[in-house]
Write a new protein. Structure first.
Length: 330
């Protein structure tokens, strides 16, 4: 049968710890977005047919994991690649799920994600694919990971330690500057190793305070202003770990854009998602138009082109259908 999987991007606000001095490493926090989206369709076939090279690689691995002969895989929509909103994980899991459903198999993405090279540090992308919402994951045992992640398949995706629905009146400014993509693959691995080797454990202690006293209470009570301020602080503290690797608290030109957004009252907090260059801002429905104008102003102030979107949070997992309906999955 034919199967179609639709999933949105995600914001990644940072990690709770990069220091080898603490018992658990990483521990990501982020949330699911409705847009932009990745949509992958698949049908059973005698061999693999896929024009998208990245999806083809994931599909080939999925065929082996699922022990099926082939599939016709079509990427109908895709997230911008390597900009910091989770394109790799969402494409990998959507491809696996589409191929599995084409054969009537209900595959566990949490089980198979490590075999696809996903969930090796943050578990946010897997968790948001599964159920959407705001996610905090438990990270990995530091003794197991040290400065390098194990080989693909030799880890488990971090457990979810806290999850909350994203309030329906919250909005997220998403600014994608037209600059070089963020780090991925071997370059990202090297940067993360260097950051972990130098990480100050005191930063993790400060993040723990922000998380427990500000981030979690604000999402639980639906206070967008407090949430925006809190995740901006988490991002700024993460930047202290990455400064030597990305040229500052934020990678250029994100720092200038965040500064511009932070001056606008319609934006309650701003930062860099993952390695960027995606810039996010937290706002609400009442301030959405003014926040969009702030996003345009940030691009203008930085002297670069780009796109600006206002998107909602997503409070359900990826949509899997046997027809063309991708529906509203808020």
């Amino acid at each position: 049968m034919d199967a179609r999987v639709s999933t949105g991007g995600r914001l990644h606000f940072g990690f709770t710890n990069l220091s080898l001095s603490h018992e658990r490493l990483y521990g990501g926090l982020g949330l699911a977005l409705r847009e932009p989206r990745t949509v992958v369709a698949a049908s059973a076939a005698e061999e693999l047919a896929c024009d998208d090279p990245d999806a083809a690689a994931y599909a080939r691995r999925a065929l082996g994991l699922l022990d099926v002969p082939g599939a016709r895989v079509v990427v109908e929509r895709s997230l911008p690649r390597h900009v910091g909103i989770g394109s790799g994980t969402q494409l990998a899991l959507a491809t696996l799920t589409a191929v599995a459903r084409a054969y009537g198999i209900d595959a566990s993405v949490r089980e198979f994600a490590p075999e696809l090279g996903r969930g090796g540090r943050s578990g946010v992308g897997v968790a948001t694919f599964e159920a959407g919402g705001f996610v905090l994951d438990a990270g990995h045992p530091t003794a197991r990971f040290t400065t390098s992640r194990p080989a693909d398949g030799e880890w488990t995706v971090p457990a979810v330690t806290a999850t909350h629905r994203v309030p329906t009146d919250w909005r997220f400014l998403l600014v994608l500057p037209a600059v070089e993509p963020g780090r991925s693959g071997e370059a990202e691995d090297a940067s993360m190793r260097a950051a972990v080797e130098r990480a100050d454990p005191g930063v993790a202690d400060r993040i723990a305070g922000v998380l427990t006293r500000r981030v979690l209470p604000s999402i639980a009570t639906g206070n967008a202003e407090q949430f925006g301020s809190a995740v901006e602080e988490v991002g700024r503290l993460n930047g202290a770990w990455y400064a030597d690797e990305q040229g500052g608290t934020y990678r250029p030109p994100v720092g200038e854009m965040v500064a511009t957004l932070s001056e606008r009252p319609a934006v309650f907090g701003a930062g860099q998602s993952s390695w960027g260059p995606a810039v996010y801002g937290v706002t609400d429905a009442t301030n959405a138009d003014a926040a969009r104008e702030a996003g345009e102003a940030a691009l203008t102030a930085a002297g670069i082109d780009g796109t600006v979107r206002l998107v909602r949070g997503r409070n359900r997992g990826a949509r899997v259908a046997a027809d063309t309906d991708t529906g509203d999955d808020g």
